[in-house]
Design a protein around this ligand. Sequence first.
Ligand SMILES: Nc1nc2c(ncn2[C@@H]2O[C@H](COP(=O)(O)OP(=O)(O)O)[C@@H](O)[C@H]2O)c(=O)[nH]1
Ligand SMILES: [Mg+2]
Length: 244
Amino acid sequence: MPDQQRTLVIVPTYNELDSLESIVHRIRAAVPAADLLVVDDASPDGTGVLADRLASVDPAITVLHREGKDGLGRAYLAGFDHALARGYTHIVEIDADGSHDPAELPAMLDLARTADLVIGSRWVAGGAVRNWPWLRQAISRAGNAYSRAVLRSRIRDITAGYRVFSANALRSLHLDDVSSQGYCFQVELAWRLERAGRTVVEHPITFVERENGQSKMHLGIVLEALLRVTVWGMTGTPSSKSVR
Ligand SMILES: Nc1nc2c(ncn2[C@@H]2O[C@H](COP(=O)(O)OP(=O)(O)O)[C@@H](O)[C@H]2O)c(=O)[nH]1
Ligand SMILES: [Mg+2]
């Protein structure tokens, strides 16, 4: 990792008790100079308690406890506020369930030296998915194809949740205006940056389906994305006015 980068890796959690310790150790091993923020939404299974225990023995780890389950987008927005207030230059999004291999992070952070957003992408050459149910693959492929067409985007994996943002790019977005709550949040941020002429690059990854715990994906999340993307495509908003 380049010396001038100060990186915060944000790990959102909701009921990830059986995954958290492993992913935290893998992240720390892959990017030892990076700090790590767990954003837990009061997981009933005690994930937040485990996160506190991990933080108590590693000063690089901090835990943000939120009052209850409030969606992935809002968890990340809280994490971004934390990162930007503390002067990090690069902010990483990564799932807690092991689907995103932290070993890709040095390469992604290297790309982030000259990009505003680096997406760990399943749907570019060299990218892949492993053990993902066909329905999830179909939703992802269809969602990306629809977004590309309706939003006139060039991004192949605009819903991906494995990312590096430059702090400058996040600052340029008016994060208070971000309306999406669920996974559509990922589409909104990437599209706003792309429309503003920011550099968005995709780095091929192999996405591996979780071995422990349950997915939080549900029909409402898909419908939110479908509705919002359709409206954005028709109205042209969220407008580039929202990006400095
Ligand atoms: N803090 C928080 N994390 C969430 C929430 N919803 C999902 N996550 C986390 O977001 C990541 C991706 O969720 P996951 O259920 O694996 O989604 P999938 O990979 O699309 O099936 C995991 O680390 C989850 O624990 C939420 O409402 N709050
Ligand atoms: Mg998952």
